[in-house]
Design a protein around this ligand. Structure first.
Ligand code: PGA
Length: 253
Protein backbone atom coordinates (compact mmCIF):
# COMPACT_ATOMS: atom_id res chain seq x y z
CA UNK A 1 0.00 0.00 0.00
CA UNK A 2 1.30 3.44 -0.94
CA UNK A 3 0.37 6.63 0.89
CA UNK A 4 -0.19 10.11 -0.52
CA UNK A 5 -0.76 12.97 1.87
CA UNK A 6 -2.22 16.35 0.97
CA UNK A 7 -0.87 19.23 3.03
CA UNK A 8 -3.20 22.14 2.32
CA UNK A 9 -1.31 24.45 4.71
CA UNK A 10 -3.27 27.68 5.38
CA UNK A 11 -5.50 27.18 2.32
CA UNK A 12 -8.17 27.59 1.02
CA UNK A 13 -9.66 30.69 2.60
CA UNK A 14 -13.25 29.46 2.89
CA UNK A 15 -15.03 26.31 3.97
CA UNK A 16 -16.98 26.37 0.71
CA UNK A 17 -13.80 26.15 -1.32
CA UNK A 18 -12.44 23.43 0.97
CA UNK A 19 -15.59 21.38 0.44
CA UNK A 20 -15.30 21.88 -3.30
CA UNK A 21 -11.71 20.60 -3.45
CA UNK A 22 -12.50 17.71 -1.13
CA UNK A 23 -15.52 16.63 -3.16
CA UNK A 24 -13.61 16.83 -6.45
CA UNK A 25 -10.88 14.59 -5.06
CA UNK A 26 -13.37 12.16 -3.50
CA UNK A 27 -15.26 11.73 -6.73
CA UNK A 28 -12.17 10.36 -8.45
CA UNK A 29 -10.84 8.33 -5.59
CA UNK A 30 -13.27 5.45 -6.01
CA UNK A 31 -11.02 3.43 -8.24
CA UNK A 32 -7.88 3.48 -6.07
CA UNK A 33 -7.06 0.12 -4.52
CA UNK A 34 -3.42 0.36 -3.62
CA UNK A 35 -3.10 3.95 -2.51
CA UNK A 36 -4.13 5.37 0.84
CA UNK A 37 -4.96 9.09 0.67
CA UNK A 38 -4.84 11.48 3.63
CA UNK A 39 -6.15 15.02 3.32
CA UNK A 40 -4.75 17.46 5.88
CA UNK A 41 -6.78 20.67 5.64
CA UNK A 42 -6.61 23.52 8.15
CA UNK A 43 -7.99 22.01 11.39
CA UNK A 44 -11.04 24.25 11.33
CA UNK A 45 -12.31 22.39 8.24
CA UNK A 46 -11.73 18.83 9.50
CA UNK A 47 -15.08 18.47 11.22
CA UNK A 48 -17.15 19.46 8.21
CA UNK A 49 -15.05 17.49 5.75
CA UNK A 50 -15.39 14.38 7.89
CA UNK A 51 -19.17 14.61 7.51
CA UNK A 52 -18.65 14.49 3.74
CA UNK A 53 -16.51 11.41 4.15
CA UNK A 54 -19.01 8.86 5.39
CA UNK A 55 -17.70 6.10 3.18
CA UNK A 56 -14.17 6.72 4.54
CA UNK A 57 -12.65 6.71 1.09
CA UNK A 58 -10.30 9.42 2.24
CA UNK A 59 -8.53 9.84 5.54
CA UNK A 60 -8.37 13.17 7.28
CA UNK A 61 -5.43 14.58 9.14
CA UNK A 62 -4.37 17.70 11.00
CA UNK A 63 -1.30 19.81 10.26
CA UNK A 64 -0.14 20.14 13.86
CA UNK A 65 -1.12 19.58 17.49
CA UNK A 66 0.04 21.09 20.73
CA UNK A 67 2.47 19.15 22.92
CA UNK A 68 0.28 19.19 26.03
CA UNK A 69 -2.92 17.20 26.38
CA UNK A 70 -5.14 19.89 27.89
CA UNK A 71 -5.20 23.00 30.05
CA UNK A 72 -4.50 26.70 29.87
CA UNK A 73 -2.86 27.02 26.48
CA UNK A 74 -4.45 29.86 24.55
CA UNK A 75 -5.04 29.15 20.90
CA UNK A 76 -3.79 25.56 20.93
CA UNK A 77 -5.47 22.35 19.83
CA UNK A 78 -5.02 19.00 21.55
CA UNK A 79 -4.68 15.66 19.76
CA UNK A 80 -7.84 14.42 21.41
CA UNK A 81 -9.89 17.32 20.00
CA UNK A 82 -8.66 16.60 16.51
CA UNK A 83 -9.23 12.87 16.84
CA UNK A 84 -12.74 13.56 18.05
CA UNK A 85 -13.69 15.63 14.99
CA UNK A 86 -12.42 13.07 12.50
CA UNK A 87 -8.64 13.35 12.11
CA UNK A 88 -6.70 10.10 12.13
CA UNK A 89 -3.28 11.48 11.16
CA UNK A 90 -1.22 14.55 11.98
CA UNK A 91 1.73 16.19 10.24
CA UNK A 92 4.47 16.92 12.78
CA UNK A 93 7.82 18.67 12.60
CA UNK A 94 7.07 20.39 9.31
CA UNK A 95 9.92 22.71 8.36
CA UNK A 96 7.54 25.69 8.32
CA UNK A 97 6.87 25.06 12.03
CA UNK A 98 10.50 24.35 12.81
CA UNK A 99 11.30 27.71 11.22
CA UNK A 100 8.99 29.32 13.78
CA UNK A 101 10.97 27.80 16.62
CA UNK A 102 9.77 24.24 17.01
CA UNK A 103 12.73 22.10 18.04
CA UNK A 104 13.43 18.37 18.02
CA UNK A 105 12.32 17.94 21.65
CA UNK A 106 8.93 19.48 20.98
CA UNK A 107 8.49 17.39 17.86
CA UNK A 108 9.25 14.30 19.96
CA UNK A 109 6.67 15.27 22.62
CA UNK A 110 4.05 15.84 19.93
CA UNK A 111 4.73 12.47 18.30
CA UNK A 112 4.31 10.70 21.64
CA UNK A 113 1.04 12.52 22.32
CA UNK A 114 -0.24 11.79 18.82
CA UNK A 115 0.44 8.07 19.27
CA UNK A 116 -1.20 8.07 22.68
CA UNK A 117 -4.33 9.60 21.13
CA UNK A 118 -4.39 7.32 18.08
CA UNK A 119 -3.34 9.93 15.57
CA UNK A 120 -0.82 8.54 13.07
CA UNK A 121 2.19 10.87 13.11
CA UNK A 122 3.59 11.98 9.76
CA UNK A 123 7.06 12.95 10.88
CA UNK A 124 8.80 15.53 8.69
CA UNK A 125 12.56 15.69 8.50
CA UNK A 126 14.77 17.46 5.99
CA UNK A 127 17.96 19.43 5.67
CA UNK A 128 17.94 23.16 4.87
CA UNK A 129 20.76 22.91 2.39
CA UNK A 130 23.22 20.46 0.95
CA UNK A 131 26.96 20.69 1.44
CA UNK A 132 29.74 18.85 -0.36
CA UNK A 133 30.97 17.26 2.86
CA UNK A 134 27.68 15.39 3.40
CA UNK A 135 26.98 17.00 6.78
CA UNK A 136 23.30 16.82 5.95
CA UNK A 137 23.40 13.10 6.66
CA UNK A 138 24.27 13.63 10.31
CA UNK A 139 21.71 16.46 10.50
CA UNK A 140 19.00 14.09 9.22
CA UNK A 141 20.09 11.32 11.56
CA UNK A 142 19.88 13.68 14.50
CA UNK A 143 16.42 14.93 13.49
CA UNK A 144 15.13 11.40 13.02
CA UNK A 145 16.56 9.89 16.18
CA UNK A 146 15.47 12.87 18.31
CA UNK A 147 11.95 12.61 16.88
CA UNK A 148 11.78 8.90 17.72
CA UNK A 149 13.40 9.08 21.15
CA UNK A 150 11.53 6.87 23.62
CA UNK A 151 9.20 5.47 20.96
CA UNK A 152 9.36 1.69 20.96
CA UNK A 153 9.06 -0.81 18.13
CA UNK A 154 5.44 -1.63 19.00
CA UNK A 155 4.58 1.72 17.39
CA UNK A 156 6.63 1.18 14.26
CA UNK A 157 3.65 0.28 12.08
CA UNK A 158 2.05 3.64 12.91
CA UNK A 159 5.05 5.72 11.88
CA UNK A 160 5.26 7.63 8.63
CA UNK A 161 8.49 9.48 7.88
CA UNK A 162 8.25 12.30 5.35
CA UNK A 163 11.62 13.33 3.96
CA UNK A 164 11.16 16.93 2.88
CA UNK A 165 14.40 18.70 2.01
CA UNK A 166 13.66 22.33 2.84
CA UNK A 167 15.50 23.53 -0.28
CA UNK A 168 12.99 21.61 -2.44
CA UNK A 169 9.77 22.93 -0.89
CA UNK A 170 7.77 25.47 -2.88
CA UNK A 171 10.04 25.30 -5.93
CA UNK A 172 9.53 24.56 -9.62
CA UNK A 173 8.75 20.91 -10.19
CA UNK A 174 11.98 20.31 -12.12
CA UNK A 175 14.23 21.82 -9.48
CA UNK A 176 13.86 19.07 -6.94
CA UNK A 177 15.75 16.02 -5.85
CA UNK A 178 17.00 13.49 -8.38
CA UNK A 179 15.64 9.97 -7.92
CA UNK A 180 19.11 8.53 -7.28
CA UNK A 181 19.77 11.12 -4.54
CA UNK A 182 16.40 10.36 -3.01
CA UNK A 183 17.16 6.65 -3.03
CA UNK A 184 20.41 7.33 -1.19
CA UNK A 185 18.53 9.20 1.55
CA UNK A 186 15.87 6.50 1.78
CA UNK A 187 18.54 3.82 2.25
CA UNK A 188 20.17 5.99 4.90
CA UNK A 189 16.85 6.46 6.75
CA UNK A 190 16.12 2.73 6.52
CA UNK A 191 19.49 1.88 8.03
CA UNK A 192 18.76 4.15 11.00
CA UNK A 193 15.30 2.66 11.41
CA UNK A 194 16.60 -0.90 11.10
CA UNK A 195 19.20 -0.23 13.80
CA UNK A 196 16.52 1.20 16.07
CA UNK A 197 13.56 -1.07 15.42
CA UNK A 198 15.08 -4.20 13.90
CA UNK A 199 15.01 -5.25 10.30
CA UNK A 200 11.75 -7.18 10.92
CA UNK A 201 9.92 -3.91 11.61
CA UNK A 202 11.40 -1.92 8.76
CA UNK A 203 8.75 -2.73 6.17
CA UNK A 204 6.02 -1.41 8.47
CA UNK A 205 7.39 2.12 8.48
CA UNK A 206 6.48 4.23 5.48
CA UNK A 207 8.93 6.68 3.99
CA UNK A 208 7.48 9.46 1.86
CA UNK A 209 9.00 12.27 -0.15
CA UNK A 210 7.76 15.85 -0.10
CA UNK A 211 8.90 19.08 -1.75
CA UNK A 212 7.41 20.42 -5.00
CA UNK A 213 5.77 17.13 -5.88
CA UNK A 214 3.77 17.42 -9.10
CA UNK A 215 2.42 15.17 -11.86
CA UNK A 216 5.64 16.00 -13.75
CA UNK A 217 8.02 14.41 -11.27
CA UNK A 218 6.17 11.70 -9.31
CA UNK A 219 6.63 8.90 -11.77
CA UNK A 220 10.41 8.68 -11.69
CA UNK A 221 10.55 9.43 -7.97
CA UNK A 222 8.21 6.58 -7.07
CA UNK A 223 9.82 4.21 -9.57
CA UNK A 224 13.44 4.87 -8.67
CA UNK A 225 13.46 6.70 -5.34
CA UNK A 226 12.64 3.80 -3.01
CA UNK A 227 9.74 5.66 -1.36
CA UNK A 228 6.24 4.55 -0.29
CA UNK A 229 4.46 7.71 -1.40
CA UNK A 230 4.36 11.49 -1.20
CA UNK A 231 3.51 14.51 0.90
CA UNK A 232 2.08 17.06 -1.52
CA UNK A 233 1.67 20.77 -0.83
CA UNK A 234 0.54 23.13 -3.60
CA UNK A 235 -0.59 20.51 -6.07
CA UNK A 236 -2.88 18.90 -3.49
CA UNK A 237 -5.09 21.99 -3.71
CA UNK A 238 -5.53 21.54 -7.45
CA UNK A 239 -7.80 18.48 -7.72
CA UNK A 240 -6.84 17.80 -11.31
CA UNK A 241 -3.12 17.65 -10.46
CA UNK A 242 -3.62 15.75 -7.22
CA UNK A 243 -5.70 13.12 -9.01
CA UNK A 244 -2.99 12.79 -11.67
CA UNK A 245 -0.44 12.20 -8.90
CA UNK A 246 -2.67 9.56 -7.29
CA UNK A 247 -3.17 7.76 -10.59
CA UNK A 248 0.56 7.62 -11.28
CA UNK A 249 1.25 6.27 -7.78
CA UNK A 250 -1.55 3.72 -8.08
CA UNK A 251 -0.12 2.52 -11.40
CA UNK A 252 3.24 1.61 -9.85
CA UNK A 253 2.14 -1.85 -8.79
P1 PGA B 1 5.09 21.90 -1.84
O1 PGA B 1 4.94 21.73 -0.26
O2 PGA B 1 4.58 20.61 -2.46
O3 PGA B 1 4.23 23.06 -2.18
O4 PGA B 1 6.54 22.15 -2.12
C1 PGA B 1 5.28 20.53 0.37
C2 PGA B 1 5.27 20.67 1.86
O5 PGA B 1 5.74 21.70 2.38
O6 PGA B 1 4.77 19.78 2.57
Amino acid sequence: MKTVIANWKMNPQSLREAEGIFKSIKKKILKLKETEVVICPPSIYVNKLSTLNKSNLLNLGAQDIFYQEKGSWTGKLSPKMLREIGASFVILGHSENRQLGENNEIVNLKIKLALKNRLGPIICIGEKKRDNEGDYFSFLEDQLLSALKGIGSSFSKKLVIAYEPVWAIGKASKKIIKPKDLLQIVIFIKKILADKYGIENLEKIKILYGGSVSPLNVEELIREGGINGFLVGRDSLIPENFIKILKIVEKQF
